[in-house]
Design a protein around this ligand. Structure first.
Ligand code: 5CU
Length: 368
């Protein structure tokens, strides 16, 4: 049990604002929102790669979507129900990754303005991570970063792992990283694509969303951030800060193995890449923040060990992972994250309060 006088802040909580919902409803290819003939009264949100394959059983064809995904009043009600004082909301995946270069720039402006306005309806309670038009030219992306830094409630950007199309280790992203560093905007790095579906095997459709969400998402994040490390992003941008979703995927657990593989790699040694470099432990404690969305104290302890309790931030992943029982009041997924913080840090109230809210207030400048 944690007795907290500190605000509780949720930094991992998504919305599909009205302008984005219009976009999803207008589409017929993934990502889109539609009803199916076997359940004409319930809209389904289809976002993950391959989720609308005709062989997919109706119970794992996307997920039901209701107003909790787009009605900001529902977000506030959820916050009130779970004792959350402030939320830093972000557009959920797949962001604007699928738009053409021509469309993306203008849509990013519309959606970021839309979300900034929604935050303004609840002053002091809502902030947001903006969305970037990653399929546009880098000068348009940089312009949106500069514009975001002038929006009252923006506190950084949410980014998937695809970058400009070939990952976050692409040096063409350097102007984007430079602008984010210059404007002191945090990247919230979030997965979407998972692993190639062949990895999940021929019986994957019998297992619902478990393999892509429990394993594909965290491994995608781990690979993306390791590629950033290997390509020297943090050697070039030592002030670039990144908040990793799902407690860093598997990064805290695998950091030692990553370092060992680097130090034993003849190719890297021959190219002088094993020396004069910042190692993963340094970056974990200097540039990386981790959310506390891992549902168990075992994973949370690894995150605390890797980055420090002062770099860990509470999150819920709302509106994803709702309870499956119709009459449930509180969300099990949220209480699992509260419980993990209590079990891992309950003996140290200051650290627990830091994770629950003080860290977010300090790092993201959320003072009233
Ligand atoms: O349930 C899901 O598919 C997801 C998703 O797509 N994105 C997310 O943040 N959480 C769960």
């Amino acid at each position: 049990c944690i007795i907290t006088m500190a605000p509780i802040v949720d930094i991992h909580t998504h919305v599909y604002p009205p302008k984005y919902m219009d976009l999803l409803r207008s589409r017929t290819e993934v990502p889109y929102v539609r009803t199916f003939p076997d359940a004409p009264d319930s809209s389904r949100l289809i976002i993950l790669p391959g989720e609308d394959d005709p062989s997919t059983p109706s119970t794992s064809r996307g997920r039901p979507i209701g107003p909790e995904y787009f009605d900001i009043a529902k977000k506030i009600a959820f916050m009130d129900q779970h004792r959350i004082d402030k939320s830093v909301i972000s557009l959920a995946n797949p962001w604007l990754d699928f738009l053409s270069a021509e469309e993306a720039g203008q849509k990013a402006v519309e959606i970021n303005d839309d979300v900034n306005e929604q935050c303004g309806l609840y002053p002091g309670r809502l902030y947001f991570f903006g969305t970037l038009p990653l399929s546009s030219d880098t000068d348009i992306i940089v312009k949106e970063i500069e514009r975001l830094s002038t929006l009252k409630y923006a506190r950084g950007v949410i980014l998937g792992t695809s970058g400009l199309g070939s990952g976050l280790d692409d040096t063409r992203l350097d102007p984007v990283y430079a602008a984010l560093q210059k404007h002191n905007q945090l990247i919230f790095l979030h997965p979407h694509y998972g692993l190639p579906s062949s990895v999940y095997g021929p019986r994957a459709s019998e297992y619902g969303h478990v393999l892509p969400l429990a394993l594909g998402f965290p491994l995608e994040t781990t690979i993306a951030v390791t590629r950033m490390l290997l390509s020297g992003v943090w050697d070039r941008f030592s002030g670039l800060n990144v908040l990793l979703a799902h407690s860093g995927g598997t990064l805290p657990f695998l950091a030692g193995r990553i370092e060992s593989c680097i130090l034993h790699d003849g190719h890297l040694k021959a190219h002088g890449k094993t020396q004069n470099r910042r190692d993963v432990w340094d970056i974990l404690k200097t540039n990386i923040y981790l959310d506390a969305v891992i549902y168990s104290e075992v994973g949370l302890n690894a995150a605390v060990e890797a980055s420090g309790a002062d770099r860990l931030l509470f999150g819920t992943d709302h509106p994803f992972f709702p309870p499956l029982e119709e009459d449930a009041k509180e969300w099990h997924s949220v209480n699992a994250n509260y419980g993990a913080i209590s079990k891992s840090l309950g003996g140290n109230n200051d650290k627990a309060q830091g994770v629950l809210g003080d860290n977010a207030v300090r790092i993201l400048r959320l003072e009233d």
